[in-house]
Design a protein around this ligand. Structure first.
Ligand SMILES: NC(=O)c1ccc[n+]([C@@H]2O[C@H](COP(=O)([O-])OP(=O)(O)OC[C@H]3O[C@@H](n4cnc5c(N)ncnc54)[C@H](OP(=O)(O)O)[C@@H]3O)[C@@H](O)[C@H]2O)c1
Length: 312
């Protein structure tokens, strides 16, 4: 099958389109014919992309762990799915991803594709929506509470804002000046232009901060929490932090069938919106991971769409 693999050339990582062997599903897994796969550029830097579970070096990883497509092969123990089912999902970070004609996923990481979405739209959902869902669960966000979302216009942030609103919370978000109207349209009550204002001088006594930016933004965020307030950070630069408070606040999104089912319902009911920044063919995967795609709509994910499967 055609696939895109990560090749380490001395110090530089390069994505190359190659021929790879079609993956064989284990008993609890399915093989999915990939129609579309989401692009998370920072994924190339994450630990599982360059390491196996036992800590040994990993080479030739196929990136892109969120996908939408059709089940092509069922493992012997898989229940509840059939060959030909349209599904979307998130597979194991240590397995090969979906920037390829086929990928395998444990059945616990997939769910029926939302019927109202194209495959490209569905492929833009799993990482952002599951990260938002799991982060808000960790933060125990409740109706009436106040939450500050850093990076609200990003691929994860758009879902955090919408889901926090669905929980009945008061949402404040940071975003660049060009994105303020966009994040207000998602349901934020207030948007702070991070390049013009210091958020810690504008807000205080919040129940939750959901940080998608990290670094200095995260460091300046502890002061806006009320006593007992909760911090969640997903930023890639938080992963290796020494500060025990940051270690405690950081988590990595996991596949989850039931959560995907609930997210799919919200999308089909029109209560949640997904944004596709650009759709590109497999041959432009390297450009997509380098953020060099030219014709972008403005918000959300870049999605790789497999040849001949556009508009489906
Ligand atoms: N731990 C996990 O499980 C997990 C899962 C998914 C993603 N991540 C990580 O989470 C981070 C965000 O991911 P993403 O996919 O949402 O990225 P993204 O789509 O690139 O969005 C990042 C957003 O941050 C905004 N931003 C940049 N600097 C900012 C600042 N100082 N204050 C507020 N907003 C700022 C940008 O807005 P403008 O363009 O308007 O400046 C952009 O919309 C990345 O580090 C990614 O690796 C982690």
């Amino acid at each position: 099958m055609r696939a895109v693999q990560l090749t380490a050339l001395k110090t530089e990582s390069v994505l190359l389109e190659t021929d790879a062997r079609e993956p064989v599903p284990a008993a609890t897994e399915v093989r999915v014919q990939v129609y579309a796969a989401g692009v998370t550029p920072t994924e190339l830097l994450w630990y599982p992309t360059s390491h196996n579970k036992d800590g040994s070096a990993r080479t030739g990883a196929i990136p892109g762990h969120e996908f939408s497509g059709v089940i092509a092969v069922l493992g012997a123990d898989v229940k509840g799915f059939s060959i030909g089912d349209e599904v979307f999902g998130l597979n194991d970070w240590f397995a090969d991803g979906a920037t390829a004609e086929y990928c395998v996923s444990d059945a616990s990481g997939i769910a029926p594709k939302p019927a109202t979405l194209t495959h490209a739209e569905a492929a833009a959902v799993p990482i952002g929506a599951l990260t938002a869902w799991q982060g808000l669960e960790r933060a125990r966000l409740e109706a009436g509470q106040g939450i500050l979302v850093h990076g609200g216009s990003g691929a994860v942030g758009v879902f955090v804002i919408q889901m926090a609103r669905l929980r009945g919370a008061h949402v404040i978000t940071t975003a660049s000046g060009r994105s303020l109207d966009f994040v207000l349209g998602l349901g934020a009550e207030r948007a702070i232009d991070y390049s013009a204002e210091r958020f810690e001088e504008q807000v205080q006594d919040l129940d939750v901060v959901f940080d998608c930016v990290g670094g200095d933004t995260l460091r300046r965020s502890w002061s806006v929490l009320k006593p007992g307030g909760r911090m969640v950070t997903i930023a890639s630069n938080s992963e290796a932090a020494e500060d025990p408070r940051i270690k405690d606040a950081f988590f990595i999104v996991e596949p989850n069938h039931q959560q995907l089912v609930e997210i799919g319902k919200l999308l089909d009911q029109g209560k949640l919106r997904v944004f596709v920044d650009a759709e590109v063919p497999l041959s432009e995967a390297a450009a997509a991971y380098s953020r060099k795609v030219e014709s972008r709509r403005g918000y959300g994910k870049t999605v790789i769409v497999m040849p001949g499967l556009q508009n489906r």
